[in-house]
Ligand binder design. Sequence first.
Ligand SMILES: NC(=O)c1ccc[n+]([C@@H]2O[C@H](COP(=O)([O-])OP(=O)(O)OC[C@H]3O[C@@H](n4cnc5c(N)ncnc54)[C@H](O)[C@@H]3O)[C@@H](O)[C@H]2O)c1
Length: 243
Amino acid sequence: MSLKHKAFITGASSGIGQSMVAAYLAAGYAVEGIDCSPSVFASEPDYVHHQMDITDSVRLNGVFEAAEYASDNNVLINCAGTREICRIDELSLSLWERVFAVNVTASFVAGRAFCEQLVRHHRPGNAVNIASVSGLMGEPDRTAYVSSKHAVIGLTKQLALEYGKHHIRVNAIAPGVIRTPLTEPYYDNPAQMEKIQRGQFLPVLGETQDVAKAAMYLTSSDARFVTGSTLVIDGGWTIGKDL
Ligand SMILES: NC(=O)c1ccc[n+]([C@@H]2O[C@H](COP(=O)([O-])OP(=O)(O)OC[C@H]3O[C@@H](n4cnc5c(N)ncnc54)[C@H](O)[C@@H]3O)[C@@H](O)[C@H]2O)c1
């Protein structure tokens, strides 16, 4: 039987990426996950795991060169990410470069390889880059992360512009605070939680499914006229400041 739906998901082993894998498997997609950690979905029949560092660009390109592409829809979710919390005067160049290698360069390498393979095989598809509200505004002690997420939004527009003529759409999602292992320390800190709740204008906490559902929309035909955009999923974090 020919493959109808395929999704490639980086950062597939934790948090938002793990939720993406669950959502695309439930929607009947064959999923290839990429992450440096093992996956809880490893024994699922429709799941293939590539355990690797996504900054290995030769190996990352190889995943897209070797893959089988589907007839109805192919999806790439660039979700792997890392961030520093570090004063700007203490931020080393090597940490800055590491954050950019994971968040920006790997998204570029995977995004271009995916789009090129779709063009080569004449297959339909589209990509979503997981940016952040940190791609829309500054934040103390996160200079590399904030700069890298602004770059992810720029990369999204550029890939959308370059591959639009091939009917390939590329969009970004900018999540606010979502409960995952990355943000788990916030949830044990009442002062931090108060700050988060004051910073949002909806009295609701963000969950990984909020981001997975947005990706399902952006990668579906319902979003056929949407490209180069950034969908903000943040409970109102970026709409204004509490005076
Ligand atoms: N959680 C939030 O509040 C939040 C908010 C905005 C944006 N984001 C973004 O969402 C994405 C996912 O974040 P999360 O909260 O689920 O984080 P997470 O730490 O739970 O998951 C990140 C995953 O990426 C993988 N990864 C990191 N570096 C890698 C590398 N070099 N090679 C292979 N895999 C690597 C990790 O192993 C992990 O499985 C990130 O891009 C993050 O910046 C998260």
